[in-house]
Write a protein that binds this ligand. Sequence first.
Ligand SMILES: Cc1ncc(COP(=O)(O)O)c(C=O)c1O
Length: 366
Amino acid sequence: MKIPFVDLQAQYKSIRQDVLKGVEAVFDKCNFVLGDEVAKFEADFARYCGSDHGVGVANGTDALHLAVRALGIGAGDEVLVPANTFIATALGVTFAGAKPIPVDVDASTFLMNPMLIEKAITPRTKAIMPVHLYGRMMDLDPVLEIARKHKLAVIEDTAQAHGAELRGKRAGTRGVMGCFSFYPGKNLGCYGDGGLITTNDAELKEKLEALRNYGSKKKYHHPIVGYNSRLDTVQAAVLNAKLPHLNAWSAARASAAVKYNKAIEGIGDLILPQIPDKGSHVFHLYVLRTKKRDALLAHLNANGVQAGIHYPTPIHLHGAYADLGYRKGSFPVSEQLCDEIVSLPMFPEISDEQIHYVVGQLKGFF
Ligand SMILES: Cc1ncc(COP(=O)(O)O)c(C=O)c1O
């Protein structure tokens, strides 16, 4: 048996007609840049999240970059990011000219440890960028409290947590902006690159709309330096076809995670992911821990199970961030996790038979 890490084809088969109809409408109108489909998706996705505004951009990295820029954060400023995340979190800060400052994570949640935030704040700190990593919505109450005390902005990296919800609020609505990616493998993914920023602040919305469009709200008027970073209309049409299914897909992911946890408990030294309050973890990734990670990963891959590591290197140990001056040992929890984590196949359409096969391979290994 071969179990893919993500099965985009299975999902496409279930929505093919709607996707093709939406894309065909864009082609028929030839309204390719900032067409009606973009405005519709921005409005619908913002409403889905419970946010006043949505601004579509070219990808999730740009969402983070433009969010940082929109706040006027740049050279000489610092933004706190978790040490355990995909590099794009830090890149969004770097693109704006500011410095990403890693903060270690909590070993049980894998998320930025709120207890370590204040220690990392300096007079140059302007914002905190928590990541709802793997689809788990971080409890932002303590982060928002610290941010208020130190007059910092909170920008949520929601690239992996579409629709995650904690105490009635969805990811991307608690900070001043939420930054989404629609990379194909994401919980809500398009068929290329795409991104969006949610905000309740009308002024920021205006600024973001200018920043993504050459710094312009009115043709050939450019009061600020901007970028070409719009959500593509064809991608918006794909997202419009997919959004109505997002809740069902999240529920299917959560249900697969419960099945995995029940079946895996007690196997070897595997540490299971926590399953927190209903709806607060949308399981973009299902991540286990083991001291035998490298051997286990090789065994899974050799037996047809496409497992992966998210992510093998913490932010501070990438060559790209060597100039930040950290070294091995600077963020020990993130470093340990990077050595022990393994992500199993996870997608809404994963069948009981596929889960059974993956678990069988885990048992076989241990
Ligand atoms: C946590 C996180 N932040 C940011 C991004 C960047 O998104 P994109 O690939 O759309 O630029 C991703 C996904 O790739 C991500 O996983």
